[in-house]
Design a protein around this ligand. Sequence first.
Ligand code: ZN
Length: 287
Amino acid sequence: MTGQKGSLDNLSINFATVRQGGTFGEIVDACLRHGISAISPWREHVAAAGLEEAARIVASNGLKVTGHCRGGFFPAPDVAGRRAAIEDNRRAIDEAAALKADCLVMVVGGLPKGSRDIAGARAMVADGMAEILPYARQAGVKLALEPLHPFYAADRACLNTLKQSLDLCDTLGEGVGVAIDVYHVWWDPDLEAQVARAGRNGQIFAHHICDWLVPTTDPLNDRGMMGDGVIDLPRFRRMIEAAGFFGPQEVEIFSHRWQARPVDEVLSVIVERFANVCQPGASPAAA
Ligand code: ZN
């Protein structure tokens, strides 16, 4: 089940990490040059390539798609806006199905423009998820709610803890789980219990990795390379595996620093760090 230490079978690259790498096909080629065959593309990459062509590249190279990024953004100030979000999510589900993605990652959205009602926004998220879920089930696409660090509650996601996300999963039922991103949840005192809970219910759909830098100069675009920050990644992975999830660790680093470097250099560093600081048996001090 688990790859051997450093095996690249269990390493996935989120396209946000190598945005500078060009088109869908060019980023795939770069990953393949480094022995990486699992990817997580963004909708804009897929749209630019064309869905059929993207699906063809995935199939012909035997790639695993660990997630399609992303659905969500349900809250809107009016009914028309909320309807448009539902329609857009249906299209995202179609794309995830065509790519045979493990899940559609859901960044659920924050406050509607002009609103101070976070409870209302959260209700819109629950309603939106309930509305698209039958469509996702029919398409065979799993929906992975991604709780985001509370910093993003206003503008990106009003789901901010694993517990809150799992409570919503439990309300919605079959076909909904979580994407657990170390960046967003590493600080949570309830983390271990909630990861175990997610595992018991088969609700862990993805494991995203990067690191939390001290200081973090830009909460959106200053995420760290694994090993450069304060997250105990081996311990985190042990927790995830103890909960029964052995799927790939997906590297998702939004960073102006790393995006200024050549893609091959970034991927070389990722492969090295993956082997040395991300494995469950690694010492957190190895970096
Ligand atoms: Zn993530």
